[in-house]
Design a protein around this ligand. Structure first.
Ligand SMILES: *Cc1c(COP(=O)(O)O)cnc(C)c1O
Length: 418
């Protein structure tokens, strides 16, 4: 469920008419519903209440500091993957003891910053990284919590680019190596090897791969008497973009709670998309209609630089008119919704049935709250659009549309060329 709904044929976000926001904010822009974010956070929290987990929202799914602040203010921790995300997390006022840090390539400066800030856990993905964290922790005179990320070698049914738990991916470590690490923990006097971490992938619709991974890891802990206090089971819960039937947080939790409870471990979760996905839409305006012998195109001002998921993952996003007129079904036609970028891969939707949309009409690309703005770029020297958050009957521009000056910030022409 989400807070984007039609009333009298007009799309609302919570109690704000989307068309009214578009009169004040230039398109394309991202629009977030505060209530939807928080509702989804609460759903996960309620579903897992029996194990009272620490829930660290995945910053990379939606990283505006207003979004992060909303999560933090409602009790969430944050899951970060870079020094830049640590910077954002700090601006959001997060409690360091609720920050976990994953990623295969943490740099020395990033590790240093995170240790100084006092984060809760490093989720470590290689032996060399362990040695590096040990070295930095020692030089700072600190002892830090480390969870080893396991690659459980399970195959979730999702796009291969976001299936991270398969054996051949770069993520995590195999069981044998992890066992070896725990047997040589004396080599890491400044590390507290106190957790195991797993993240099987993203947009996963059924519990089976989670169950398989958790089962393997709990067996491993038991078999080798691995003494850890924390088990971070990652994120990855899928949402509905079109015809998927993802399970609810509750039914998902019910399938894995018995195992988690029996383990007596303290649980950490890292949901991203489940919380942010349906909490945001991309609002874009129709520029032109174009009829070719083969196809009909609706050319809009939003493009793959704004939302790359359709181009990158062949992801489906529902696209709806922001205002529907009464006899629209009679004028419905099959169209490709494309952007202005010079690539044939620049599309937001293909073969969609839409009523005829005049130039100037608004479209909403639904379910764009996760991996939307955060994956946007300046390709074709397009300015990244604004981000807007609705809270009740008010909207707040939480990031301004970039200016042309922003586009060239930091660039310069060598004197020799002047
Ligand atoms: C991306 C990521 C997540 C969040 O994934 P979602 O599919 O958005 O829930 C959680 N943990 C790690 C380690 C990640 O890389």
């Amino acid at each position: 469920m989400h807070e984007f709904a039609f009333k009298n044929n007009e799309l609302y976000c919570e109690r704000m008419k989307v068309g009214d926001i578009a009169k004040r904010v230039p398109t394309p822009f991202y629009l977030y519903s505060y209530k939807t974010l928080i509702d989804h956070y609460r759903k996960i929290k309620a579903a897992f209440r029996p194990v009272n987990p620490l829930i660290c929202f995945s910053v990379k799914s939606s990283s505006n500091i207003a979004v992060l602040r909303a999560m933090v203010k409602n009790g969430a921790g944050l899951d970060i993957v870079s020094g830049g995300e640590l910077y954002r997390a700090r601006l959001a006022g997060v409690n360091p003891k609720r920050v976990v840090y994953a990623g295969v390539g943490k740099r020395c400066d990033e590790i240093t910053e995170a240790i100084k800030f006092g984060i809760f856990f490093f989720n470590v993905e290689s032996e060399e990284e362990l040695q590096e964290i040990q070295r930095v922790a020692k030089s700072l005179g600190k002892k830090v919590n480390v969870a080893i990320r396991i690659n459980p070698d399970v195959i979730p049914k999702t796009h291969s680019y976001i299936a991270t738990g398969k054996g051949e991916t770069k993520f995590g470590l195999d069981f044998e190596t992890v066992h070896k690490i725990f047997n040589s923990s004396w080599r890491y006097p400044n590390l507290n090897l106190n957790g195991l971490h797993v993240h099987v992938g993203s947009q996963i619709l059924d519990a089976a791969p989670f169950q398989a991974a958790i089962h393997k890891i709990l067996d491993f802990i038991k078999k080798y008497h691995i003494a850890v206090e924390y088990f971070n089971i990652g994120g990855g819960l899928g949402i509905m973009y079109s015809i998927e039937h993802p399970q609810t947080a509750r039914s998902f939790a019910e399938k894995i709670l018995p195992m988690l409870k029996r383990s007596k471990l303290k649980i950490i979760l890292e949901p991203g998309r489940f919380i942010s996905g349906n909490s945001g839409v991309l609002i874009t305006r129709v520029l032109y209609n174009k009829l070719t012998p083969r196809k009909k195109f609706v050319i809009v001002d939003g493009a793959m630089n704004d939302l790359i998921r359709p181009s990158l993952y062949e992801a489906y996003h529902k696209i709806v008119p922001v205002a529907v007129d009464g006899n629209s079904s009679e004028t419905s036609e099959k169209v490709d919704i494309v952007g202005p970028i010079c690539e044939s891969g620049d599309f937001l939707g293909k073969d969609r049935l839409l009523p005829h949309m005049e130039s100037g009409a608004l479209l909403a690309v639904m379910g764009a709250g996760a991996y939307g703005f955060t994956m946007s770029s300046n390709y074709n020297s397009r300015r990244r659009g604004a981000e807007v958050m609705v809270i009740g009957n008010k909207f707040y521009v939480v990031r301004k549309k970039e200016t042309y000056r922003d586009l060239v910030r930091g660039e310069s022409i060598p004197r020799i060329l002047k």
